[in-house]
Design a protein around this ligand. Structure first.
Ligand code: MG
Length: 209
């Protein structure tokens, strides 16, 4: 983390619910790859500002971003979180419960690409999306999100910079190439207004026209 990022994090009080997630992830031996604290706060703000009724999260992990998203919802809002591994969803659910947010969230287990198809068939629509899952899937998740979005929906994607690999021409891994495709689509797709924030590991933010 950069010095300025540490400085900004130091301004904020310890967040017990999010600290519980970090510790829980460690105890469960899950990867410690939750969204950066500053972007977690940004998620809560974006939800409060855009007032979505339904949020779709792709990648629950331990529930860190789930808490940040659910915190921003008003009393009618809900969060559906997609997770490949049922054991991860169980951990996330436990942490949302401990944070007093379990009534706002539900989980669907399985390959998100399949779940997106099901949601489309069911005629489901969402007005906020947060993508933070396998990087190779990002371009498809973005397209699928646009397809089931309401006009004005917000789409946020974490890890746009891939720890600096994104603009290193020597790195040609499948995941980094997929993220390059995702970032380009965020920037160029005529159905989106967007920006990409370069702090932490990069955050793409778009709004569907
Ligand atoms: Mg991430």
């Amino acid at each position: 983390m950069k010095k300025v990022e540490k400085y900004i994090d130091s301004l904020y009080k310890e967040d017990r619910d999010l600290l519980r997630v970090i510790r829980g992830i460690e105890e469960e031996d899950m990867p410690q790859i939750s969204i950066a604290a500053g972007y977690g706060r940004l998620l809560t703000l974006l939800v409060k500002m855009s007032k979505p009724k339904r949020i779709l999260e792709i990648g629950a992990l331990g529930g860190y971003s789930g808490i940040c998203l659910a915190r921003g919802l008003d009393s009618e809002g809900s969060l559906l979180s997609l997770e490949l591994k049922s054991e991860f969803a169980d951990v996330a659910k436990k942490h949302l419960e401990a944070a007093g947010l379990s009534q706002k969230v539900s989980y669907r287990i399985g390959d998100a690409k399949e779940t997106f198809k099901q949601l489309k068939e069911e005629g489901e629509q969402f007005d906020f999306f947060f993508i933070d899952a396998d990087k190779t899937g990002y371009p498809q998740y973005l397209e699928a999100a646009i397809e089931i979005s309401r006009p004005g929906a917000v789409i946020v994607g974490d890890n746009a910079l891939q720890n600096g690999k994104i603009n290193d021409p020597n790195v040609q891994s499948t995941s980094v190439r997929a993220m390059r495709e995702f970032n380009r689509k965020i920037a160029e797709d005529p159905r989106l207004d967007s920006t990409i924030l370069p702090a932490y590991d990069g955050l793409a933010i778009a709004r569907v026209l």
